[in-house]
Design a protein around this ligand. Structure first.
Ligand SMILES: NC(=O)NCCC[C@H](N)C(=O)O
Length: 404
């Protein structure tokens, strides 16, 4: 498998997803904000909705759906990797000294469960009666849960030049990136196909970047949101690597306001075909500025890039990049409905092929507008899935698409 993507809409061949589990049941009214949820979902219903989504992908495309849990268990059979991930996970609570005993008492599959679903002190005490963690209260987390793990778009990103390992801004999501990096660098299906464009591993204070901010625009260009989650410094590093490789000629840095509903670039637009985009109309106005990185020169074998601040609106920039671009607005531009539907990720549909998308059923006005434009819209239930403030694109990490 060639872990590179040259479009957002080539027919889907393989995708990575995570069926939500125990980690969702860790959410309470008191920790939901820290853990980046708008509400406390009902796990069983959430799983049913997620199953409907993954089954629909399989039925409509025949694509292989990888499940994160299975990939994780496979790599954790390597004891050294398991040790490393477990002790990293215990660092925040100051309990790294428990790594060895946890590995002794829990099976590999159970350890995968601890790494994704988290574990509390009193739960550990049931398995390890004389647990040495007196300084911590029983209800405290020894390992914090990863309830956002079903948003597989964010811990990595695939570009035409290879893979970006995210460095996640919010504390509640940072461990997700460690899990994904470990899987891709070690799983036999992937490890020999990793061409690293960016990784925070080994950096002291890595700049942040999240997959939801990375969008392939055309054969020559990608856009990266400078957002609540992604820093300018990381965009510069990614642009330098991609342009030096020659896989991408232009990298656009799109400055978004730091607002919860614009958290990533893919919450404000998605690409549905060579020249069709779905956008949230307010976001087009809200974009503060767009900058462009291109090749500058090569000195002593090192490629330098240049950055120019573009004076036009984002719309003009996109229209220049994508000839004959058609823009469809969420809820067909109706100001009330588009605001409502963008909150439930109306602009965040998942393209499974050119002009073929999967969308939340609740976004009825956007879905109608898509159909009127000739786009095939497959719908999934969304009462619970949407409570995490992410949509179908956010929940999927395409690993292979037909080249376009
Ligand atoms: N690409 C995306 O927009 N992903 C959605 C992430 C939602 C998650 N609750 C978060 O706040 O990070």
């Amino acid at each position: 498998m060639n872990l590179r993507l040259n479009s957002e809409y080539g027919t889907l061949r393989a995708v990575l997803m995570h069926r939500p589990g125990k980690e969702i049941d860790r959410l309470t009214p008191y920790n939901k904000e820290f853990l980046l949820f708008e509400d406390v979902p009902y796990l069983e219903a959430l799983q049913k909705e997620h199953d409907a989504f993954s089954n629909l992908i399989k039925e409509s495309t025949g694509a292989k759906v990888y499940q994160l849990r299975e990939l994780l268990i496979r790599v954790l059979y390597d004891r050294d990797l398991l040790y490393k991930l477990m002790s990293q996970a215990l660092e925040k609570s100051g309990l790294t000294h428990l790594t060895e005993i946890i590995l002794e008492r829990y099976s590999t599959a159970e350890c995968a469960g601890l790494l994704t679903g988290g574990v509390k002190i009193h739960e550990l005490k049931r398995k390890i009666p004389n647990l040495d963690a007196k300084e911590l209260m029983d209800p405290a987390f020894a390992i914090s849960p990863c309830p956002n793990l079903y948003f597989q778009r964010d811990p990595i990103a695939l570009t035409p030049g290879g893979i970006i390992f995210s460095s996640m801004k919010m504390e509640g999501r940072q461990r997700e990136a460690d899990l994904l990096r470990t899987i891709f660098q070690n799983h036999p299906d992937f490890k020999d196909h990793v061409n690293e464009v960016f990784s925070p591993a080994g950096m002291k204070n890595p700049p942040c970047i999240e997959g939801g901010d990375v969008i392939v625009l055309s054969h020559d260009a990608i856009a990266i949101g400078n957002s609540q989650r992604t820093d300018s410094k990381a965009i510069y590093e990614v642009a330098k690597t991609l342009i030096a490789q020659g896989e991408v000629k232009r990298v656009y840095e799109v400055h978004l306001p730091e607002k919860r509903n614009f958290m990533h670039l893919d919450t404000v637009f998605t690409v549905l075909d060579e020249n069709l985009m779905l956008t949230y109309p307010d976001a087009m106005q809200a974009v503060l500025q767009t900058s462009l990185y291109t090749f500058k020169d090569e000195k002593n074998g090192k490629v330098n890039i240049k950055r120019e601040v573009l004076k036009e609106s984002l719309l003009t920039v996109l229209e220049r990049e994508i000839p004959h671009l058609e823009i469809l607005q969420t809820a067909d531009g109706n100001p009330d409905y588009s605001m409502r539907e963008q909150w439930f990720d109306g602009a965040n549909v998942f393209a499974i092929g050119p002009r073929r998308v999967i969308s939340y059923n609740r976004n009825i006005h956007t879905n109608r507008a898509l159909r009127q434009m000739g786009v095939e819209v497959l719908e999934i239930p969304s009462s619970e899935l949407s409570r995490g403030l992410g949509g179908p694109r956010c929940m999927t990490m395409p690993l292979s698409r037909a080249r376009v």
